[in-house]
Design a protein around this ligand. Structure first.
Ligand SMILES: [Zn+2]
Length: 102
């Protein structure tokens, strides 16, 4: 089974079943950080769902891609250390969403 910390996004989107779903639920019951992360993923997914009902302006795609290109990426070996990669990806996703929706 995958590291439970890598499954919070999929769990928040109801994309897990069986043992993986049960493992994330059990972990989140005792880990406020992961519980909060799941709640944030759900809130972000809900906002994205609302945003997809409108046609985005052409400039939005360019702006999002510019932000993605400008966002520094640590080397892969560093992402594998502890939960740094997960936290960075989460922060980047929240930053991108915040910039594009405001
Ligand atoms: Zn945790």
């Amino acid at each position: 089974m995958s590291d439970v910390h890598m499954l919070t996004g999929a769990y928040a989107l109801d994309a897990l079943e069986g043992r993986e779903r049960t493992a994330v639920e059990a972990h989140c019951a005792g880990c406020p950080t992961c519980f909060r992360e799941c709640e944030e993923f759900r809130a972000t997914a809900a906002r994205l769902g609302m945003a997809s009902t409108t046609v985005p302006p052409a400039a939005l795609k360019r702006r999002v891609l510019d932000i993605v290109r400008a966002t520094p990426r640590p080397p892969p070996w560093r992402l594998r250390m502890s939960g740094l990669g997960r936290r960075l990806r989460h922060r980047t996703a929240v930053r991108l969403l915040s910039r594009t929706l405001h």
